[in-house]
Each structure stands twice: as structure tokens, then as C-alpha cells.
Ligand binder design. Sequence first.
Ligand code: ADP
Ligand code: GLC
Length: 520
Amino acid sequence: MHLNILITASEAVPFAKEGGLADVVGALPKYLQARGHDVRVVMPRYYKVDRERYQLRLLPGVLVVPMGIIGNMYCGVSQGTMPGSNVPIYFLEHEDFYGRDSLYERDNQGYLDNDNRFIFLSKASLELCKMIQFTPDVVHAHDWHTAAVPVLMNTWYRHDYHLSQAASLLTIHNMQHQGSFYEGAMDVLGIGWDHFTFLELEMDDQVNLLKGGIYHATMLNTVSEGYAREIQTPEYGWGLEGVVRQRSDVLSGILNGVDYHEWNPEEDRLLPANYSAQDLSGKAICKSELQRALGLPQREDVPLVGMVSRLVKQKGIDVLAQALPRLLELDIQLVLLGAGEPWAHFYFGGMAADRPDRFACRIGYDNSLAHRIEAGCDFFLMPSAFEPCGLNQMYSMRYGTLPIVRATGGLDDSVENFNPQTRSGDGFKFWDLTAGALFDTVGWAVHTWYHDAPGIAALRNNAMAKRFTWENAAEKYERLYLEGMKRKLGDEKFRKLEAERTPARGKASIEETPGYQPQA
Ligand code: ADP
Ligand code: GLC
């Protein structure tokens, strides 16, 4: 059936991105629209979202956002479209909250008013429905930034004309970041202190927005089935495993898709040469060009291992740091692109200065280099401590760059370990989060590269043929939305609605949807 879907999040490609969350929010709406739904997206207009570049149009009127004890706050709304589609996206214009260079923090310190900034985002997203006269069937929130949305829908907006019938879905991309604030944030939420209990919003005497969202959302999901299981355990639940377990009946996992218009070695314009599984000659050019650009010796006969990552503990960089001296004794080359914790900048930068023949390190964010690393390397390393989904291992498979991953969350779900007997699989896995296990597994991959060329060729073929499509993920999200509506409305009301509604008139493919343009 045709659905009205409101998606609210703090980042979306191409407007503002810190991590994979932005890739997901940038892609999913287009594929839902392609399935015939009316999808609207709302996010803050940070400084970096250029009004002219994206042809944003200021809508008439202002949003009045009730901010509890602070009183009413106001903001303008600019409308644009998601590039490559005609999905409307609404930007909240609030200079005080969002007119900043960085999204969440400065000098590795979260902004002190993040509670107000994101409670505002959550409330304003819901208030927007009035302004644009949109009555969603489902409101889809992402991570702690908009986790207050399901809480507010069950409380403040319970009888709201546009929202009272809507189900909510909270997608958890990362359990570590929970939006934990001084208890006074309850007064800004304005829903009453009776919700400040261990069951709902209280955690360690603080207001925990993610916890509230988990408690209140009609449906919950994470970005892989493996991670959905893991977050119910103390090892991965970051203290919220109990509340997650209580809601396990509505929790599932949906692996993210890949935007293959953006990540395709056959057409990728950021590469010095294109290639396919049938003709890999372009990949050799990519390797040699990458070595040149990084100042590494241009050798074809040495395996090149890449890594593109936020340099934070989640990504296993402490374990990599421990293993690095031994790794650099092997005849391999390593390239690391990333930014994050200051110690990592110094440590990896220093190691690269020490071994310029084997290790190149680039600190910073560089999308073009990320593409060239995916294409130019033989292996791609992801030693994550936890990984809800992970996108780079999926990109790297498409580029014939074999992932070496710690078997956790989405990495475990998406990569199949090499079996040297049958030559099946598409990557290399290890389980223990230790420098020894990391070293041994890179060693195994490199040994295979040197001594079992047919094995590597088979792995590469398997990897390049594998697809993680958004079409598939969007279909699963649609099922989740319908399930949520059924829970919210009850069977009878849901069936009635289904009978009244026109079926969703989806197109056969995203290319056929109005407004679609392939992206550069
Ligand atoms: P996370 O969201 O936890 O950082 P994901 O694997 O889901 O991890 O997504 C990371 C995304 O950010 C990928 O698209 C990756 O290519 C990109 N990325 C991360 N660091 C950099 C960087 N330094 N330069 C370019 N792209 C980066
Ligand atoms: C988070 C996770 C990452 C996931 C991304 C998109 O940032 O750390 O594993 O791929 O969200 O869902």
C-alpha cells in the first residue's frame, strides 16, 4: 500500500556527513520513493549546507517549537530535493543551534548544548508536519540524535492531528552514542518527570535519549542482523542491553545497501582507470597510481592493504597500532586514511615517517582518495571492535579488494571467510580483538596472495559478483513500516486502511522514477 513516510536524521549525503549514517539517510529515501511511497526527509541546515548549491527555497512561515522550560523557539524551513531524485528534503534553519562548522563537537568535545540542539531537531521534525500538511503513516528516526521522536510521539504529540495515528521506527546505527545529558533536559523535553524512570529515560542519573527511543518506538532495528543480536548482550549493549532485550519482539536487523551508482569500478570517475571482473587491467593502473600518489614504491609484486576509517576505538585502531610494527616487517604496503583521535594522528603519522617504503598515512577526510584506495588496494582492513554494519567492506568487495575483517556485527554478516579447500568465500576473518589475531589474519591473506594466485582470483570473483542492494534493503524497511502500522493501529483498523489506500505504484527500478539522475 502507498505510505507516507517522514524520515528525520541529523545527517544525509551529500549535504552533511560524519559517517555511514549519512550514506544511509542519503540513499534509503530515494529507494522508498522508487517503491511508490511519499517520502519526506528533515534535517538541520548546518553551515556547510549551501543554500545556493542545493537550490534551497525558504518556505513561508515559521515553525513554533515548544521547548519546555525554555519556552517556544522558532525556526525557518528551507526546502530542497535529494539529489538524483525528487524526494523533498526540509532543512531547519536555526542559526544558534546549527550555524556551526562541525556537526556535533569541537576539539573532540561534544557541544554543551547538544541536548537542546537535538531535542529541538526532534520536536521541529514533528512540528514540520503541520507546516507542510503532511500526515505520516510512519516516522522513521535514526540514532540518538532523533531518538526523542518516538518518545514525543507517545507523549506530547499523542493526540496531535497529524501524528496520533503514526507508527515510529527507530534505527540504531550505533549503541555507543546514546545522547546522555544532565537530568534538566527533562524540562526541555517537557513531557513530565514521571518519565524519568529507570524503565524509560533515566540512566545513571542522566537523561538518555536513545534509551527513551528504544522504550517508546513502535519498531526498532539495527543495520545488520548480527548487531541486533549483539546489542542484547553486555559486551555490545553499552548498558542498554536490558531495555533492548525487553523490546526484542520488535527488534530486527536490516543490512544497509550500497549506492552502486557511486561505488562502481566500471564507471567511477574518481579513478585513474576503470575496470571490471572480466578485465582487471585498470585495477593494476589504480594500484600503481595510488602507490605513486602516496609516495610508496610502485611495485606490482607486493600486496597493498588499505584502510579508510574514522580513527576511533570502535574501528580497532588501538589493536592496529599494537600490530603495526610487526605488520611492517612483512613484505607488504599499507595505506591508512582517516581522522579522529589525536593520539592516532601522531602515532600513525610517526610510523609513516619511519617506514615511508611500506606505510602511508593520510590524516583527514578525502572522498576521492577513499575511492582510489578502494580500487588500488589488494586488501581492505577493518579490525573493528564493533561494527553495526560497515560500508567499506561492501564497497571493497565490489572493487575486488578483499576485506580482512574482525567477525563482528555487519562485518560478520556481509563477509564470507575464505575456505582454501573449496576456494569459496570473499574475504578473511578473525574473531579475537587482539594484535595477534589481526597480525595472523593479515599474514594469512598476504601468504595466500603470494602463494595461491588461483585462490585470490576465486575470492576476487566472488567478491565482485556480490551485491548489497538498496532495492533489497528498502523492501525490508517497507515491511517493517507496515508491521509497525499494524501494531500501532491494530489489525482491524490497519486492514481498513489497506482497503482504502491505493497500492504503491512502484517503478521497476530507481532509474525510472521521476527526477532520477545518475550521480557523478
Ligand atoms: P562509520 O559510520 O562507523 O564511520 P561506515 O563504514 O558505515 O562507518 O561508514 C563510513 C563512511 O565514511 C564510508 O562511506 C567511508 O568511506 C567514509 N569515510 C570514513 N572516513 C573517511 C575519510 N577519512 N575520508 C573519506 N571517507 C571516509
Ligand atoms: C554507524 C556504524 C556503521 C554503519 C553506519 C551506517 O556509523 O558505525 O557500522 O555502517 O552507522 O548504518
